[in-house]
Design a binder for this molecule. Structure first.
Ligand code: ZN
Length: 667
C-alpha cells in the first residue's frame, strides 16, 4: 500500500534545488541510456558512495548480490510462463544466425526489451499483455534459425499461444470486482482456485480477536490439488528454493559485515524466515528492521507489497539496497519531530486522531541497487512495514529516494513538457524554481506523516475497504501531504522558504490528476492502478466541489485545455475536507462510501480530454514510463581480501539484462 510512484511533478521538476547531490562531471553524465515503446531507461548516480567505510561498502555489495538473486522469483510470480518465454527470447536474441537488421527483427528486439522491463509479458503498469509487433510465423523462423533451440521445438510450441493469442492470460492482475478476480488474473499466486475459495480459505485463518495477527498468505502460492487447498510456501526447501538459497548465501555474508549488533540480528532474522517460511519470524524480522534506525546502510529484501494480488494477500518479491543521505535527512527529521503537532492540527475528526504518534522515523536515502519488483521501474518513496499492528506498536520507516528523483529531474530537463501543458508563465517559473523541492517534500509528507496518521474506530480491523483499500489509503496519505504543504508552519520550521512551494505542488497535482497521468492510459480504458485512481479521485472531487467558486478551472486557450488553480487557499480547504471524509471512511470501515468515492471520481476517464492529452503528448514524443539500470559494484581484492568496492555506471540496458539473466537466474 505504501509506495509512492513517480508523478508528473518529476517531469516538471526542471532546475534542481538539491544541493546535497554532488557528483563530478554532471554535465557529461548521460542520464538516458535507452528508449523503446512507451519506456525510457535511465541511470542513477550513487553520490557519496566513496565516503562510506570499507565495511559499509562490503555490506552494500553483499546485499546488492542478494537483491539480484531474486529477479527470477518476480518474473515467475507475474506469470508462470514468463521464465520459459524470456529464456526463449534471449536464446534467439543471442544466437539467431539470420538477418538481424530488418523490421521484423527490430520488432522482436523491442518485444524482448519490453519483457525485460516489465519482468514478464504484461505491461508493468497497465497490466495488459503485450501484443508482439511481429507474426507467429516470423517467430517460428527465428526459432529454426537459432541453433541452441534445436530439440526444444515442442516445448516452445506450447508457449506460442501464450505469446500470440490476445485472449489468453490477457491481464496480469485485475481489480475488476464484477469478475472472479483470481481466475481473471494471469499472475502466479493462485492455481485452480476460485476467488470465493481463496477468500474463504483466508477468512478462516484470520481471527479478529488476535492482537498480533501474522500476514496469512503473504509468502505462498495457493493451489488446489485433489480438491484440497494447499499453500506452497516460498522458502528454502519450498517453492523458489534455488533462488532463495542464493539470497540467503549473500545475506549470511552481509550479516558478517553488519554495522552493529542490532542490524546483524535483523539480517539473521530474515535468514531464519527464508529458511522456515514462518510468518511469525517475518514479523519479528520486521520489528527488528523498523527499529534499526541507527545504521547508515539499510535494505529491503523479501515478499513485501501486496498490490499485485487482487485479494491483497500475496506479496511480490522486491529488494533495494541503500544508505542514508545524512544532509537531506535533516529535513525529514524535522518533520518527524513535529509529527504530533501535525496530527493534532489535522482537519480530521478528533476521534480518529492518534493521541500519541509513535515512531515516525524518516530519512532520505541514496539507493545503490534495485531488485525484483523495484527494478527497473522504481518507487521514489517507501513506507514499511505493512502490518498494521507493527506500525501501531513499533512505528514505520519512511524513505524518500533522492538520487532517483534527482535523476528523473535531470533526465526531464528541456523536454518541452511544461511548455506544452502549463499555461501561465508564472506557473512555469514556479515549477522551474521549486518543482524539485515540492516533489521531495510532498513525498516526505506522504511517507513520513501521511500513512502513519489517524486511527481506526474500536472493532475496525482495517481490511473492510477491500479492493478499494489501497486507493483510499494512498488518497489519505496524499491529502495529508497536500493539506500540510500549504501550511505556513512548514515555512516556520524552515523546510521550505515560502508558500510558493505549495503553489507549485497544487498546480502539479491538479494538472496531473485531471490531465497529466492520462498519458499513461490507453484511450477508452478505465483507470485501474491504485495510485492513479487516488490522484484522479482527489483532483476530480476538488474540481467538481470547487466549480461554483471557480477554485480550479480547465481553461481553453487556442484550442487547448489547461488546468489553472485560481484560489490556492480554498483548494487547500477542499483537500482538508476530503481528508476528513476519507479518514472517516477508513476509521469506520465504511465500504459503501469508499466504493462510491472511488467509482464516481477515480475510475472513469473524460474521453474528450483524454484524447486531447494523448494527442498533445504524442507530439512531444516522450516516454510516459521510466526505469533504471543499476550501477555495477565490483570488489577489488588484494591477497584474497576485499580492499575496496568500486562503483561503475554501465550504459547498456540490453547488456545488463543479459548479464543478469546469465549470472542470476536460478529457477
Ligand atoms: Zn503511499
Amino acid at each position: 500500500m505504501k509506495k509512492a510512484l513517480i508523478t508528473a511533478s518529476a517531469f516538471l521538476a526542471v532546475g534542481c534545488t538539491s544541493s546535497e547531490i554532488q557528483v563530478t562531471n554532471q554535465e557529461d553524465f548521460q542520464w538516458q541510456v535507452d528508449r523503446f515503446d512507451d519506456i525510457k531507461v535511465l541511470r542513477y548516480q550513487v553520490p557519496d558512495f566513496d565516503s562510506l567505510s570499507l565495511s559499509q561498502k562490503k555490506l552494500i555489495y553483499y546485499l546488492s548480490q542478494a537483491a539480484l538473486c531474486g529477479r527470477d522469483i518476480y518474473f515467475d510470480q507475474n506469470c508462470k510462463y514468463n521464465l520459459p518465454i524470456r529464456r526463449t527470447l534471449e536464446a534467439i536474441f543471442t544466437g539467431y544466425s539470420g538477418n538481424r537488421e530488418n523490421k521484423e527483427f527490430k520488432a522482436f528486439e523491442k518485444y524482448l526489451k519490453k519483457v525485460w522491463f516489465a519482468n514478464g509479458i504484461h505491461h508493468h503498469y497497465s497490466n495488459d499483455k503485450f501484443i508482439p509487433e511481429f507474426s507467429e510465423s516470423y517467430f517460428k523462423t527465428l526459432i529454426s534459425g537459432t541453433p541452441s533451440l534445436k530439440g526444444s521445438e515442442e516445448r516452445i510450441n506450447a508457449l506460442l499461444p501464450i505469446i500470440f493469442d490476445p485472449e489468453l492470460y490477457k491481464v496480469r492482475v485485475t481489480h475488476d470486482s464484477s469478475v472472479d478476480m483470481i481466475k481473471a488474473s494471469a499472475n502466479n499466486f493462485y492455481e485452480n482456485v476460485s476467488q470465493a475459495e481463496a477468500e474463504q480459505f483466508y477468512a478462516s485463518r484470520f481471527d479478529s480477536t488476535e492482537l498480533h495477527p501474522v500476514s496469512h498468505g503473504l509468502n505462498s502460492k495457493l493451489t488446489k490439488e485433489n480438491g484440497i487447498l494447499t499453500e506452497q510456501v516460498w522458502k528454502i526447501g519450498g517453492m523458489y528454493s534455488p533462488a532463495i538459497e542464493k539470497i540467503v548465501y549473500w545475506l549470511k555474508k552481509a550479516a558478517g559485515s553488519a554495522e552493529n549488533p542490532h542490524q546483524k540480528a535483523t539480517i539473521e532474522a530474515l535468514i531464519k524466515y527464508y529458511e522456515t517460511g514462518d510468518l511469525k519470524i517475518f514479523d519479528q524480522y520486521s520489528i527488528l528492521w523498523v527499529e534499526d534506525i541507527d545504521s547508515q546502510v539499510d535494505f529491503i529484501n523479501g515478499f513485501i507489497e501486496t498490490y499485485e494480488d487482487p485479494l491483497g494477500y500475496k506479496a511480490s518479491w522486491e529488494s533495494t539496497v541503500n544508505f542514508k543521505n545524512i544532509e537531506a535527512t535533516r529535513r525529514t527529521e524535522l518533520l518527524s519531530k513535529n509529527a504530533q503537532w501535525f496530527e493534532d492540527h489535522s482537519p480530521i475528526d478528533d476521534r480518529y486522531k492518534k493521541k500519541e504518534v509513535k515512531g515516525v522515523s524518516a530519512k532520505v536515502i541514496t539507493v545503490a541497487q534495485l531488485g525484483g519488483a523495484c527494478y527497473p521501474a522504481t518507487p521514489i518513496g517507501i513506507n514499511l512495514p505493512n502490518a498494521d499492528w507493527i506500525r501501531k506498536e513499533h512505528g514505520s520507516k519512511s524513505v524518500t529516494i533522492q538520487n532517483i528523483t534527482y535523476a528523473y529531474a535531470q533526465a526531464a530537463q528541456g523536454d518541452g513538457f511544461s511548455e506544452e501543458f502549463i499555461l501561465r508563465e508564472e506557473d512555469r517559473e514556479l515549477s522551474k524554481q521549486w518543482g524539485s523541492l515540492a516533489n521531495d517534500l510532498s513525498v516526505d509528507l506522504h511517507e513520513c506523516l501521511g500513512h502513519g496518521s489517524g486511527q481506526l474506530a474500536p472493532g475496525i480491523k482495517g481490511d473492510e475497504l477491500k479492493n478499494y483499500g489501497s486507493t483510499l489509503e494512498e488518497a489519505r496519505a496524499d491529502l495529508f501531504s497536500l493539506y500540510y504543504i500549504g501550511d505556513p508552519q512548514l515555512v516556520t520550521l524552515g523546510v521550505m522558504p515560502s508558500l510558493d512551494v505549495m503553489k507549485t505542488e497544487y498546480n502539479t497535482y491538479m494538472f496531473n490528476g485531471l490531465m497529466g497521468q492520462l498519458t499513461r492510459i490507453e484511450l477508452g480504458k478505465d483507470i485501474i492502478e491504485a495510485h492513479m485512481r487516488n490522484r484522479q479521485l482527489i483532483a476530480r472531487w476538488c474540481y467538481e466541489k470547487g466549480k461554483a467558486d471557480n477554485i480550479v478551472e480547465i481553461v481553453r486557450h487556442e484550442g487547448k485545455s489547461y488546468v489553472v488553480v485560481n484560489d490556492y487557499e480554498k483548494l487547500r480547504t477542499l483537500f482538508g475536507d476530503l481528508l476528513r471524509e476519507i479518514q472517516r471512511i477508513k476509521s469506520e470501515g465504511d465500504f459503501n462510501a469508499g466504493q462510491a468515492l472511488v467509482e464516481n471520481y477515480g475510475v472513469k476517464v473524460d474521453s474528450t480530454l483524454h484524447r486531447e492529452v494523448l494527442e498533445r503528448y504524442a507530439q512531444l514524443d516522450l516516454a510516459p514510463y521510466s526505469g533504471f539500470i543499476n550501477p555495477v559494484l565490483k570488489p577489488i581484492e588484494k591477497d584474497g581480501e576485499i580492499v575496496d568496492i568500486a562503483i561503475e555506471y554501465p550504459e547498456d540496458y540490453t547488456e545488463q539484462m543479459l548479464y543478469y539473466s546469465s549470472e542470476y537466474s536460478f529457477l
